[in-house]
Design a protein around this ligand. Sequence first.
Ligand code: KMH
Ligand code: ZN
Length: 438
Amino acid sequence: MTGIDPRGPRFTAAVTLVVLAAALLVPTPVAVVLVAVQALLFLVGVTLGVQRTPTGVVFRLLVRPRLAPPAGLEDPRPPRFAQGVGLAFTVVALAGYAAGADLVAQLAVGLALVAAVLNAVFGLCLGCELYLAGLRLTRRTAWRRRRAPACHDDRVTTDLAPVPAEALLVTVAPTGAETAKADCPQLPTTLEELVATAKECEAAGAAMIHVHIRDDDHRPTLDLARLTDTVQALREQTDLVVQLSTGGSVHDPLDARLRVLDAAPDSCSLTMGTTNFGDDVFSNPWPFVRDLYQLSQERQVVPEFELFDLGHVAALGRLLDRHGLPHGGRVHCDFVMGVPGGMPGTADALVAAVAALPPEVTSWSATGIGRTTLPVALAALSKDGHLRVGMEDVLTIRRGEPVASNRQLVERAVALGGLAQRRPMTTTEARALLGLGG
Ligand code: KMH
Ligand code: ZN
């Protein structure tokens, strides 16, 4: 789904305002013609989308080129629904005129006019609000009806192949940006090491890889050429879903983190707010979150929303409300728990966070940092969630014993999943889960 410039529907509403206001001022025979024309315009909006109405086309060809780029793009479905509401009012008006009930007709035109004024003048689209309210209501009902409230497929987009509930997505986060190679020589920091790890982890049951890269001195980098080479190498040598980190390290500037999408990964991480990160701050101000999200929509990169705190869960709801669904129509998020400064890595915190997820969410995974890795994994499985594991998040396999390899962590996640009667998801299923077409 491609987003649209929100000023287009507003322009269309302004034209509607003029047509409907005129219909209230002219004699009935002329009013009937005007309302019929407006009904036809609404019909086009419903069938083809508001951006393809004659006014939408005029906006795109003549108005938009004279304006600054939009602050963001919007989901075209709510305004399309609003066109349907407008159509209903104009049909009622035409029926009123036909029945000689001019007052009823004028009332219907008047109500449609009020909606057009609110949209054109104040940017408030009542039909869109109605659409979103309906969406929330139906999804909440579906959510409650589900035996397992956790994840999977049928709440948002029923047009994509469902993924069996027993399939467990295992994401491997093999490197991270916060551990030094000198402290952990088995950390994969070169491209060769990363690809070797990725292949091993895929064979062990991982279906997605969350990638941070390092420079020749093993330090975190967001160098675009390296990122592009990494995506290409992972695509050539594995079938894993390739997710690039846009979090980078706590020291990376926001503009460099935005540029990560230039490497065209399948997926990108997208953290929903700022978090204290030990002694540092992992900065994610709202404008950055919004810009990164809109860029992901434009570039058709599927985001994984990283949620370090309960406030991030609320922010995700706000983002989806304001800017629509991600590319692909699925909403996948990952709880990163136990970061010093974020939510604790406990079953209680996970239950609270899952309960607060917006209804648009179609799947989620969880990872616990350090010693919270096992409690979080077990709690996630008990809530039918998916798992992220890897040396980005934990460096010991048990108390006092360093992790030997990422494969070891993936194998453990697969074994835990097996106890919960979940089998590792294939990469094809992972693509379906995440809304990665093809
Ligand atoms: N390295 C952390 C500060 C992400 O990859 O998107 C941020 C992080 C999140 O790892
Ligand atoms: Zn990361």
